[in-house]
Design a protein around this ligand. Structure first.
Ligand SMILES: [Zn+2]
Length: 263
C-alpha cells in the first residue's frame, strides 16, 4: 500500500496536540513536542540515538528491560512507566476534555506519585507482616492490573489503558490504545476490561483487576441484570474461564495509597 493511500485512509488520525498528520503511539508518547518536554524535564536518563527513536517497541524495550541491566529493578525508582501513562492521560485529557497540562506540572505530579507508590508499598508490606492473620490495614495493590476506559459523546475514539503491577508494586507492563467510539462510557469500561484480561492472559499470571467504575464490577458479578450488555459480558465470562481466581475490585480514583493513579 502506498504512503499516499495509507495517509488518505488515516487522514483523521492527526495529532490533537501538535497537528502532526499521523499520530502514532510513538509520536504521542515520545515525539510530540509536549511529550518531548516531559521527557527532557524528567529524571529518566536521556540517551541520544536510543531514546526516543521512531520505533515504540525499541523505546519500550529500552525503558522496561535494557535499562534494568544498568540499574537493578529493585533500586530503580525511576518513574518512567508512570511517565508514559501520564503522558498518554494528558493526551487524552486534551483530546477528550480540552484540558491542557503543563509538562513541568506533569513531571512533578508523576515523581510525587511514584514516591507515594513506593512508600505505600513499603507500609503495606510492614503491616502485613505484623498482622498476619488480620485484614491488612493498608490496601496492598500487589499483583493487580489497573484498567481505565475513557469516553465522550463526541470523539471518534474511546481510549483504553491498563497497567500491571507485580507483587512488589512495580509496574511491569502497561498498554494503551484507541478503539472506535463505543455506545457509552460503560461500554468503553467493559471493552477496557476485556482488553486488559486478554493482555494479562498473554503476558502475566495476574488474575486481579482494579477499576474505579463500580458499575463495571456490578456487571461482571451479575451479568444477567445488564441485558443490553449481554454480548460484551459474554466475552468477559468466556475469558473468565481462563482465570480461576479472577477478581475485580474497586480502586477509587482518590485512593490515598495510589493518590489518584488514573487522575
Ligand atoms: Zn503531536
Amino acid at each position: 500500500m502506498s504512503d499516499l493511500v495509507r495517509r488518505n485512509m488515516r487522514c483523521d488520525n492527526y495529532c490533537p496536540r501538535c497537528g502532526e498528520v499521523e499520530e502514532t503511539v510513538t509520536h504521542a508518547i515520545f515525539e510530540c513536542p509536549p511529550a518531548l518536554q516531559v521527557w527532557s524535564l524528567s529524571s529518566t536518563p536521556a540517551c541520544p540515538n536510543i531514546l526516543p527513536v521512531s520505533s515504540v517497541y525499541t523505546n519500550m524495550d529500552y525503558l522496561f528491560w535494557r535499562k534494568n541491566a544498568i540499574i537493578g529493578p529493585e533500586q530503580d525508582r525511576d518513574p518512567y512507566p508512570l511517565m508514559i501513562w501520564y503522558i498518554w492521560k494528558a493526551r487524552n485529557e486534551k483530546l477528550f476534555r480540552g484540558i491542557d497540562r503543563g509538562p513541568l506540572e506533569l513531571v512533578r505530579h508523576v515523581e510525587s506519585e511514584c514516591q507515594a507508590w513506593f512508600d505505600a508499598n513499603e507500609v503495606a508490606q510492614a503491616v502485613t507482616q505484623d498482622n498476619i492473620n488480620e485484614e491488612p490495614q493498608v490496601v496492598s495493590l500487589g499483583n493487580i492490573c489497573l484498567l481505565d476506559g475513557s469516553w465522550t459523546s463526541s470523539a471518534n475514539f474511546s481510549g483504553s489503558g491498563w497497567a500491571w503491577m507485580d507483587s512488589s508494586g512495580n509496574t511491569q507492563l502497561m498498554g494503551t490504545r484507541n478503539f472506535p467510539r463505543r455506545e457509552s462510557a460503560l461500554h468503553s469500561e467493559v471493552e477496557a476490561l476485556r482488553w486488559a484480561m486478554e493482555n494479562m492472559l498473554q503476558h502475566s499470571t495476574c488474575q486481579s483487576f482494579g477499576t474505579d467504575c463500580k458499575e463495571l464490577i456490578a456487571m461482571v458479578k451479575d451479568p444477567q441484570a445488564w441485558p443490553s450488555f449481554s454480548t460484551e459480558l459474554e466475552r468477559i465470562e468466556t475469558l473468565q474461564i481462563c482465570f480461576p481466581e479472577f477478581n475485580i475490585t474497586h480502586v477509587p480514583r482518590t485512593h490515598d495509597q495510589i493518590a489518584d493513579f488514573f487522575g
